[in-house]
Every structure is written in structure tokens, then in C-alpha cells.
Design a protein around this ligand. Structure first.
Ligand SMILES: Cc1ncc(COP(=O)(O)O)c(C=O)c1O
Length: 384
């Protein structure tokens, strides 16, 4: 069967994951090697040095490109290394329009590293496409989006923003970490590149860092392959293998994350101690209609307002099934405090501007029995 005709779960299990031609091993081998023996000068099997290429990495890149519907993918040592690679495709004097509510590490990289090298960044509320168009300048080369945003769960209309950016000759990059390609495929909606922290849902087991950029044309892939070779922030064969194993169950995991996520969001929305719930699957989410159109599920990421730092701390101290910690997208439910964790780097003023309060709690709903997650939240919220 043609790969293009296969369903998502089939692709996740089979594309790039063919049996090992040398032994028939059903699982992709971990090629733990730094170099490759050559027969004579310039004669080799396509591999010369592991910073440049590695067979385990090739398999993962093939798989992830297929899942996002791109033409190629390049994997890096972390999500931040992948975002770093995207920005180094630009040059001094270039301008980027970015969402004002990105994962905190992204504006930290933009403002505290790349701004020192002559790149310019404007941050706008990308939930309104008109703000993006207004922020475009003559030297704008890239629009950088996250949707839904972290942790406020605001959406941006990928199709509308891609159309307007392309009218101005500007490329669109979407960080698709929160939804995974199972629920949202930005390239099909017009995006030029997709980035993920594979640390999250793609790996799915909280046991390794990684990042990927998925491309839509050969020039992007060539530039990124050059950056892997030149800058060297590549993903190790073992971490590649962990993600290859993780993606095999991406479809079933995402279905369960979504199923549990909806129930937790509904429970929180009815809880009298919870002042507000941010989840695109709730009918009162301001972009619920866009969520239904743009995504095929609502996912597992929920933020909610407890009212104060004290309240947040009281409940977070009490959780037992949910684990208090940074990160998201693992099979276990992770609960975090954006103001002191993911968004500490944004600063108090920055958080106030975008609406991240000290009482806000974010939950990445895992795939445990949902009754246990709900019971745990119930006893923890009783502390407020
Ligand atoms: C949406 C998003 N993008 C990028 C990153 C950075 O990824 P990593 O931690 O793998 O470097 C994160 C990390 O939490 C994230 O949540």
C-alpha cells in the first residue's frame, strides 16, 4: 500500500520503522557509533561521521516527516535546540513576529541570545490574525506561532495567518508540541515549518529530551542538515530510538489523553474553588469553534485559576497521583505552576501583561484511570 494512503497509526508504527535489513530485527537498531569504516577514499555506505548522519536518526526523521505531512524532518538535542536551529536560518537585520504567549524559554532565547546578534522580534497577540499583519515590517522573514499557547490555551488561526504571511512573502513556523500531529497538522493548514519539543507527547514517556523541525521544501531541509553538521546539536541515537518507540503508541495515547483531558476540564469548570478554566474543548472557550475546525481533538493541556499563589501552593503540595513538576505530554499526569516554572524567565511584568497569574496552575492530563486523577484533584483542591 502507498504510504500516503495509510492511516496515522499505521504510519506511526511503520514509516521509517521497517525491519532491519541486516538481521530482520522488527525494531530499529540503535546505531551507537561515532564513525563508519570506509572501503577506500570517498567510498562508503552513505555514512561518514555521526554528527552528520546516523541510521537511527534517519529513521526517526523519516517517521516524523510523514506524521506531520512534511517533506523532511531534522532532529535536535532538545526542543530549544530545534528552535535555535530555525532562528539561525535567519540573518542579522531580519525581523520575526512572534506570539506574545509562547513557552517562556522561546522568548528567552530570542531576547537574550539572538537579539545580541542583530535579529529583531515583535510580540503580538496572535489569537487575532490582524495583529500579525499589523506587526509585519519590510524585513520580517518569519511569523513564529504556538497554538494552543502555553499555558493560556489561546489559539491562533494557522490558515488565516499563513495566508496573510504568504501574501507578504513571510514564512510561518508553528510549535505544535501541545497538540502533536495526531490532533493538529499545521502544514496542511499552510505552515512552512513545524517544530516540536519531542520531549513531550511524541516521546510520551518523560524519559528523554529532543526536538524536531519538519520542513516543506528541500532548501529548508538542506539548511537544517547543514546546521546539524555545523553547529552539532544533534539528537543521540538512543534518544532517537526512544522517540521511535514512543510514536508507535502516539495515536492511542493521544486518544486517551484527550478523553481524560475533557473529563478533567469539565470537572474543574464545575468546581467552586476554581475561578476559571482554560481549555479549548469547553464550549465557553472564546475560540471553541476554531478549535473544532483546526484540531481533531482538544488534548490534555488545561490551565486553571486558583486565586492566589497561596492557594496554588496549598493544592500543589497535596497532589499524589498528579506529580508536581515541569514538562508535559508524558503518560503520567504532571501538574505545574507556570509563574515560577515555565514562565519564570518572562518576569513578573511580562506575565502580568499576558495574563499569567500567581494563582494559575497547569495540568498535563496523563492516561491513568481518570477517576483516580479526579479523586486526587478533589482532595488537593479541598486544601484551598
Ligand atoms: C511548547 C514548547 N515548546 C518548546 C519547548 C522546549 O523544549 P525542550 O524542553 O525539549 O527544550 C517546550 C518545553 O517545555 C514547550 O513546552
Amino acid at each position: 500500500m502507498n504510504e500516503k494512503d495509510q492511516g496515522f497509526a499505521t504510519k506511526a508504527i511503520h514509516v521509517g520503522q521497517e525491519a532491519d535489513p541486516a538481521t530482520g530485527a522488527v525494531t530499529v537498531p540503535i546505531y551507537a557509533t561515532s564513525t563508519y569504516v570506509q572501503e577506500e577514499i570517498g567510498k562508503h555506505k552513505g555514512y561518514e561521521y555521526a554528527r552528520v548522519s546516523n541510521p537511527t536518526r534517519d529513521r526517526l526523521e523519516t517517521n516524523l516527516a510523514a506524521l506531520e505531512g512534511g517533506t523532511a524532518a531534522k532532529v535536535f538535542a532538545s526542543g530549544m535546540a530545534a528552535i535555535n536551529a530555525i532562528v539561525t536560518m535567519l540573518k542579522a537585520g531580519d525581523h520575526v513576529v512572534a506570539g506574545h504567549n509562547l513557552y517562556g524559554g522561546t522568548p528567552r532565547l530570542f531576547n537574550q541570545v539572538f537579539a545580541n546578534f542583530g535579529l529583531m522580534f515583535s510580540y503580538v497577540d496572535t489569537s487575532d490574525a490582524a495583529n500579525v499583519e499589523r506587526a509585519l515590517q519590510k524585513n520580517t522573514r518569519m511569523v513564529y506561532l504556538e497554538t494552543p499557547t502555553n499555558p493560556l490555551m489561546e489559539l491562533c488561526d494557522i490558515r488565516a495567518i499563513s495566508e496573510l504571511a504568504h501574501r507578504h512573502g513571510v514564512a510561518v513556523v508553528v510549535d505544535n508540541t501541545f497538540m502533536s500531529p495526531y490532533f493538529q497538522r499545521p502544514i496542511e493548514l499552510g505552515a512552512d515549518m513545524v517544530v516540536h519539543s519531542t520531549t513531550k507527547f511524541l516521546n510520551g514517556h518523560s524519559d528523554g529530551l529532543g526536538g524536531v523541525v519538519i520542513c516543506t521544501n528541500p532548501e529548508q531541509a538542506e539548511k537544517l542538515a547543514f546546521l546539524q553538521k555545523a553547529a552539532g546539536a544533534i539528537l543521540s541515537p538512543f534518544e532517537c530510538w526512544l522517540i521511535l518507540r514512543g510514536v508507535k503508541t502516539l495515536a492511542v495515547r493521544m486518544l486517551q489523553h484527550d478523553c481524560n483531558g475533557r473529563q478533567v476540564a469539565e470537572y474543574l469548570s464545575k468546581h467552586k474553588k476554581v475561578r476559571k478554566v482554560f481549555y479549548p474543548g469547553l464550549p465557553d472557550h472564546p475560540q471553541h469553534e476554531l478549535a473544532k475546525r483546526q484540531m481533531s481533538g482538544f488534548g490534555a493541556m488545561i490551565a486553571f485559576e486558583t486565586g492566589s499563589l497561596e492557594n496554588a501552593n496549598k493544592m500543589l503540595r497535596r497532589v499524589r497521583v498528579c506529580s508536581l513538576g515541569e514538562s508535559l505530554g508524558g503518560v503520567e499526569t504532571l501538574i505545574s505552576h507556570p509563574a515560577t516554572m515555565t514562565h519564570a524567565a518572562v518576569g513578573e511584568e511580562g506575565r502580568r501583561r499576558i495574563g499569567i497569574t500567581d494563582g494559575m496552575v497547569r495540568i498535563s492530563v496523563g492516561i491513568e484511570n481518570v477517576e483516580d486523577i479526579l479523586r486526587d484533584l478533589d482532595q488537593a483542591l479541598a486544601a484551598i
